[in-house]
Unconditional design. Structure first.
Length: 404
């Protein structure tokens, strides 16, 4: 289906006005989430090339396919934030905004006269979401910090990969995405405080490394009390048995999570190992951890004699959590993805059909939606400036001097 022009007043966040000053991943991902659920998101880009993400990875007609996902439902205006008149445009936008998102290096907004104190004085109701590598305070605040650094410093990279090899990265920009999601949660909490508790707007300060660190489960108390350092364990989940990945006869990989006591018994019966199912020493996780190699070998031997589809069918029949490790090709042909509209069909401006990811989460009464395609660079500049009471002549002058 084609995507319509932005429709105001739609979705649970309808009526919220969001100014997005960030670029690349973390800030724009936060803006994307808000836009998908009805907020009006005005993305401010530098004149000329715009957000560098427009040129990242695979391009179609000069635009990144990633951009078609990251910028959907947004409006784009071009403003040179290094010029005083460009900074004034942002001030006018901020006066009417509910949320302002930025992910520049700390101190940059202050240099432009657009720091928290200045914008809060201008609009006490404004919520300012600030995403950075290390946060707005602390000895590292001025250091550049991309997602890769946040994932490393936050502890995630250390535990990712195989024990006999260097740490690996997850194949997506997970640190940026986690920071964006925590940022959206923080912004929504700040908006609730403002609108329900009668408070003012506030600054939401999210550091990439802290967003990653927040996901690290029991890492800290295990080390503090027991001196235990969680290490890389490859595809296995350390200390939880069985939970691993196994290669099937057709060269595919299936993950098997048979680590509940009753689930383990069903799994062993399903793979023809009644002896292990009945062994009292394996009735709980502690006993299974002590014999992890034996259990993994039994499952690996079974998987090697089955195709991936056969293995998954057996696991499902036994009510054992497991499944194939999906490639994108698997995702696009899976009926569960289709049934829950997780693959959406859009039409680009040149008529090209394109599949894009659906929306998360699902709301029963006020779901999010795809209302507009990712904008062309500066597509709404004149329209938005006119709303801010700039005259046609003023807009033309700003364009001549490359402020917009």
């Amino acid at each position: 289906m084609s995507v319509a022009r932005t429709v105001p007043g739609f979705g649970p966040l309808a009526g919220l006005k969001v100014i997005e000053l960030g670029q690349l991943i973390a800030g724009p991902f936060a803006g994307k989430l808000l836009a998908e659920f009805g907020a009006r998101v005005i993305k401010v880009e530098p004149p000329g090339q715009g957000d560098p993400l427009r040129q990242w990875r695979i391009l179609h007609e000069g635009n990144s396919l990633w951009w078609e996902v990251q910028a959907r439902n947004k409006e784009s205006i071009t403003v040179d934030l290094r010029q005083a008149e460009g900074q004034e445009i942002v001030r006018r936008l901020a006066r009417e905004a509910d949320v302002l998102i930025e992910n520049f290096r700390p101190g940059t907004m202050e240099k432009w006269g657009l720091g928290w104190e200045a914008l809060h004085a201008l609009n006490p109701r404004l919520v300012m979401l600030r995403l950075s590598g290390f946060g707005q305070t602390g000895p590292y605040r001025d250091q550049p910090g991309f997602g890769a650094v946040g994932e490393s410093m936050g502890g995630m990279r250390y535990v990712s990969g195989h024990p006999d090899r260097p740490p690996v990265r997850i194949g997506i920009s997970i640190g940026d995405a986690l920071a964006a999601m925590f940022g959206v949660i923080g912004a929504l909490m700040a908006l609730r405080h403002r609108d329900v508790a009668g408070g003012e707007g506030q600054m939401v300060d999210v550091a990439l490394y802290e967003a990653v660190f927040a996901m690290m489960e029991s890492l800290v108390p295990e080390y503090d009390l027991a001196g235990y350092v969680r290490e890389r364990t490859g595809a296995a989940l350390a200390g939880i048995v069985p939970s691993n990945t196994y290669t099937t006869r057709d060269g595919q990989n299936v993950v098997v999570a048979g680590n509940g006591d009753s689930i383990f018994k069903r799994l062993m019966q399903a793979i023809g190992r009644d002896d292990l199912a009945a062994d009292p020493a394996l009735a709980n996780n502690a006993g299974r951890v002590a014999r992890v190699q034996e259990i993994d070998a039994a499952i690996a031997d079974w998987a090697a004699r089955k195709t991936a589809d056969e293995a998954v069918a057996i696991l499902q029949a036994a009510e054992v959590p497991g499944g194939k490790i999906y490639s994108v090709a698997d995702i696009l042909r899976d009926p569960q993805y289709a049934a829950r509209e997780m693959i959406r069909h859009i039409t680009l401006r040149d008529g090209t059909p394109l599949k894009v990811p659906g929306l998360v989460p699902k709301l029963s009464s006020t779901p999010g939606d795809l209302r507009s395609l990712a904008p062309r660079l500066g597509e709404q500049t004149r329209e938005v400036l006119a709303e801010l009471d700039y005259s046609e002549q003023e807009i033309a002058d700003l364009a001549t001097r490359r402020v917009i």
